[in-house]
Ligand binder design. Structure first.
Ligand code: FE2
Ligand code: FE2
Length: 172
């Protein structure tokens, strides 16, 4: 059984994941508006991943006997200066989320809540991946700064990203 304080903190994280989805959908819309459909596709896939994160926590709270309570989702920014500025914002946002996940782990450890701690480890690892992938794209965009031709090619590559829904565990 998840304690009340932990359930509240997890509820806040559901909101943070939904906000992430909202932010990336806003970035997708920005990329559509500047004719970069590959970048938009990348952001749409990322939106679905964030929704999946929110649902993962939703299920965990429910299964642990907690109550999911949804709060308002903050309005995301809608314009960015460039693809580079957008991905720098992704990096900054993911670093913030990593901080939130770490705080949740601290809370679980304090409460000696091993179940929640183990559950959160998936997110700890996920954040390493997310910070790396956003950081790699920032690096590439810096490399090609000022070259619309190169940006066009990167956009084609960004079109390759697909969201793979999580597979149900064996036996389910
Ligand atoms: Fe997430
Ligand atoms: Fe994320």
């Amino acid at each position: 059984m998840i304690n009340e304080k932990m359930a509240q903190a997890l509820n806040k994280q559901i909101n943070a994941e939904l906000y992430s989805a909202y932010l990336y959908l806003s970035m997708a819309s920005y990329f559509e508006s500047v004719n970069l459909p590959g970048f938009a596709n990348w952001m749409r896939a990322k939106t679905q991943e964030e929704l999946m994160h929110a649902m993962k926590i939703y299920d965990f709270v429910n299964e642990g006997g907690g109550r999911v309570l949804l709060k308002a989702i903050e309005q995301p920014q809608s314009e960015w200066e460039s693809p580079l500025a957008t991905f720098e914002a992704v990096c900054k946002h993911e670093q913030k989320v990593t901080g939130l996940i770490n705080e949740l782990v601290n809370l679980a450890i304090e409460a000696k809540d091993h179940t929640t701690n183990v559950f959160l480890q998936w997110f700890v690892n996920e954040q390493v991946e997310e910070e790396k992938s956003a950081g790699d794209i920032v690096g590439r965009l810096k490399l090609i700064e000022g070259s619309p031709q190169a940006l066009y090619i990167v956009d084609k590559e960004m079109a390759q990203r697909v969201f793979i829904p999580p597979q149900p565990a064996e036996g389910n």
